[in-house]
Design a protein around this ligand. Structure first.
Ligand code: UD1
Ligand code: UDP
Length: 363
């Protein structure tokens, strides 16, 4: 049985690492990895392949950055070539990026079955490019692997046949368990950055609607700079955000107030997350990792796909439109009690379950 896995961005490398590891247990399952090249800097791509021991991609498409249309179109064209050549039994796609969309379209038009890992998430905000990508991916996929029960219900509510939906849990929870301990032992990032456990805030910002609207970018970073006077804020800076801060002439000022660092590898990131007093983010993955490591999280967005975390009191949604409101909200959460105990993301065996379903479907 031949599986083509399509990945291209940082969170997809992390998700795919968990399933690839399980696929290796079976000699009769051959995985071909296609890296679209959507993320290409060493610290956004190569480092994850090395640290997570993902097999080197069989195809590197080298697409790089571009507008949504250009980027997706170039990927679509090249993925189609690979699929025609490889003739896989199934195409495995992850999450909600443009690489996901291109992989989905290329496969479904060639009538190759599509399996979507992280199906059913919805923000119900169609201004997000990711929301469009997810809806398309879910509606043309043959197998939908949902990370949460809420995701299962979203799919059913959209009329997707129940026999295509599998609640398996979240592969990022698998990754958190598998690499969490390793990070504790191997990462020296706290020493390198001279940080003490629970005496700093970790922050990541990269959503297009937070970085690409200058007013909102300023609002967010002004608020963070104010908080940064009282407690160290460490920010591994996504290249999109760096470009936006430079464009708006904010980069220098922000670098003086916050501890800005280059994007880090997964093990360093996990170590930073585990030891943070608070996490402030707009990332999907980082919101959940905060919960996995029992750290409170402020999400600078109006809505989230991971609603369980808000309900359980681990995640606070703070719409990023007013500097004073952001600052006050963060200060409140710094003193808030922990959320409730629960396990909404499965049992840490999502990847194993995905491989089991794939085998049953294909063999
Ligand atoms: C993409 C995904 C987003 C995901 C994020 C994970 C889409 C629509 N968005 O957003 O859902 O949360 O990845 O990080 O697919 N850049 C570099 N070097 C790199 C990669 C990007 O400099 O290696 C810069 C380029 O200026 C580029 C910008 O970052 O234009 C944005 O990159 P892109 O891949 O288009 O979107 P992300 O914001 O990374
Ligand atoms: N991450 C990382 N290094 C960083 C920032 C993030 O390894 O400098 C990891 C993080 O731990 C999580 C994933 O990248 O597992 C999240 O990716 P990102 O925030 O880019 O995308 P999203 O999850 O929002 O799609």
């Amino acid at each position: 049985m031949k599986i083509v896995t399509i990945i291209g961005t940082r969170p997809q490398f992390i998700k795919a690492a968990t399933v690839s590891r399980k696929l290796k247990d079976f000699n009769d399952m051959k995985e071909i990895i296609v890296h679209t090249g959507q993320h290409y800097d060493d610290n956004m791509s190569d480092i994850f392949f090395k640290e997570l021991e993902i097999p080197q991609p069989d195809y590197y498409l080298g697409i790089g950055s571009g507008s949504h249309g250009v980027q997706t179109a170039h990927m679509l064209e090249k993925i189609e070539d690979v699929l025609i050549k490889e003739k896989p039994d199934v195409v495995l796609i992850y999450g909600d990026t443009n690489s996901t969309l291109a992989g989905t379209l290329a496969a479904s038009k060639l009538q190759i079955p599509v399996a979507h890992v992280e199906a059913g998430l919805r923000s119900f905000n169609r201004k997000m490019p990711e929301e469009i990508n997810r809806i398309v991916a879910d509606h043309v996929s043959d197998l939908l692997f949902a990370p949460t029960k809420v995701a299962v219900n979203n799919l059913i509510n959209e009329g997707i046949a129940e026999d295509r939906i599998y609640y398996v849990g979240d592969v990022m929870f698998d990754a958190a368990i598998f690499y969490g301990e390793k990070a504790g032992q191997q990462s020296k990032i706290l020493e390198t950055l001279d940080l003490k456990p629970k005496e700093y805030i970790l922050s990541t910002i990269h959503r297009a609607y937070n970085t690409d609207i200058p007013e909102r970018l300023k609002t967010i970073f002004n608020a963070l700079c104010k908080i940064g006077k009282d407690i160290t804020i460490v920010m591994p800076l996504h290249p999109r955000t760096k470009a936006a801060l430079l464009r708006e002439g904010l980069y220098e000022k922000v670098s003086e107030k916050l501890k800005i660092i280059e994007p880090v590898g997964y093990l360093d990131m996990v170590k930073l997350e585990k030891n943070a007093k608070l996490i402030i983010t707009d990332s999907g993955g980082v919101q959940k990792e905060a919960f996995f490591y029992k750290v409170l999280c402020v999400t600078l967005r109006e809505e989230t796909e991971w609603v369980e975390l808000v309900d359980l009191g681990w995640n606070y949604l703070v719409p990023p439109d007013c500097e004073k409101f952001i600052e006050e909200s963060i200060r409140k959460v710094l003193n808030a009690p922990h959320g409730l105990d629960a396990e909404p993301y499965g049992d840490g065996k999502a990847a194993e379950k995905i491989v089991k379903v794939l085998r049953k479907y294909l063999l």
